[in-house]
Design a protein around this ligand. Structure first.
Ligand code: PLP
Length: 411
């Protein structure tokens, strides 16, 4: 038998969401008539935007005709979509990229999970705590951690950067040398954003220490307040040290369709064992060519339609819808005396559990007394203990129903 990758045995499995599912199923079985509302999900509920649907119909017809049929596409992505991305997502910010600095993919999850592959297993990784678990697990799989320590809820060898109410959920610089830094703004799970100054500190740090920043901007479209950076490339020097991930999932309803992109500027580099500077763009290109055959033509046409005037209006309608849900949840909680964070430039609301309850205790109470499902903050890391995540991704009807239940609740 082959020897397995033992690092997989360090993983804690999908403990969080399977545990939630188990508890909800058990509750529903015991209370078949209960109307359980999920405000815990990170998936969208509004359908695909109509502009994308029409574009897909047209694309399918093209594929059905001999004259317009297309087989394998460019592995990096079709130029029509890459151009639309650069023109619409970056040029208005005063940022320009060459076409070969943008890579179309089937998801920011895959890209944030896979990017570490082109970096050495000896690299030290820094993540925020709480954190989107993909960053941690993909590095554990790659052998960049030691074992999981249940007493600290952390993996040995990974550098955790606490994000708490005290530091405004902005991670402080690590006290040691790190090579790979994952940042996410607007943040999942805290729903908070990093300011220009806070991001500039990280860019300067990466430049001074030779680290690379993997910046996850999957929720960029939810930024509504002025002054908050939409891209890390708004910060001087970021093109030398940062890779940016974006996604069509939460904006245009692509969570099932699958399309995202990653920007790897040619200025971002790493060092070989021989001490030679190597472009990460070249390595990511190489990896992409070998392991990926592109996102389907139909899907890329759908993504292109996101940038048409109708597409933009429809995305705005979707984003406004989820943000309004977030506002309803946030204001309802605040009116009941809860301390909340996020939910303004993000669909995620991060609330302090009442009366010092732990995250799972609050989960059970909320499920049993209000039939509302959320996500325990401790599932995102040690610093998430005592917090709870609710999302604006539900339907308006369910959000209002949940708000009514919360208003009447005396915990
Ligand atoms: N990045 C973050 C921070 C997320 O929360 C999610 C999804 O929940 C993703 C990436 C995944 O995006 P995609 O659907 O493009 O894989």
């Amino acid at each position: 038998m082959p020897h397995i990758n033992d690092s997989y045995l360090y993983l804690q499995g999908s403990y969080l969401f399977s545990n939630i599912e188990k508890r909800v199923s058990a509750y529903k079985e015991a209370h078949p008539s209960a109307e359980v509302i999920s405000l815990g999900i990170g998936d969208v509920t509004r359908p695909l935007i109509p502009a994308a649907v029409s574009a897909m119909h047209r694309a399918v017809d093209e594929l059905a005709r001999e004259e317009t049929f297309r087989g394998y596409g460019p592995w990096r992505g079709y130029p029509f979509l890459i151009d639309a991305i650069i023109e619409n997502d970056y040029k208005p910010l005063g940022i320009d990229f060459d076409k070969d600095e943008v890579f179309i993919s089937d998801g920011a999850k895959c890209d944030t999970g896979n990017f570490q592959e082109i970096l050495s297993a000896s690299c030290t990784v820094a993540v925020t705590d709480p954190v989107y678990p993909v960053y941690v697990d993909s590095n554990v799989m790659a052998g960049r951690s030691g074992r999981y320590d249940p007493s600290t809820i952390r993996y040995e060898g990974i550098v955790y950067l606490p994000c708490t109410a005290e530091n405004g959920f902005a991670p402080g610089l690590p006290g040691q040398k790190v090579d790979i830094i994952y940042l996410c703004s607007p943040n999942n799970p805290t729903g908070t954003t990093l300011t220009r100054d806070q991001l500039a500190v990280w860019v300067d740090f990466a430049r001074a220490t030779g680290a690379v920043i993997l910046f996850d901007a999957a929720y960029e479209a939810f930024i509504t307040q002025p002054g908050i950076p939409h891209s890390i490339y708004e910060i001087d020097g970021a093109r030398e040290v940062a890779v940016e991930f974006r996604s069509f999932s939460k904006t245009a309803g692509f969570t099932g369709l699958r399309c995202a992109y990653t920007v790897v500027p040619k200025g971002v580099g790493g060092v070989s064992a021989g001490g030679e500077r190597v472009s990460l763009n070249a390595l990511w290109s190489r990896r992409h060519t070998t392991k990926f055959n592109g996102v389907s033509y139909v899907t890329q046409r759908a993504a292109e339609a996101v940038y048409t005037p109708e597409g933009k209006a429809q995305v705005k309608e979707r984003v406004d819808y989820y943000l309004e849900n977030a506002r309803i949840i946030r204001e309802t909680l605040a009116s009941q005396g809860y301390t909340t964070h996020g939910g303004v430039n993000s669909p995620y609301i991060w609330l302090r559990t009442p009366q010092g309850m732990n995250s799972w205790g609050f989960f059970d109470t909320l499920l049993e007394e209000l039939n509302i499902v959320g996500t325990p903050g401790s599932g995102f890391g040690a610093c998430g203990e005592g917090y709870f995540r609710l999302t604006g991704f539900g339907s308006r009807e369910n959000t209002l129903l949940a708000a009514e239940r919360i208003k009447k609740w005396q915990i």
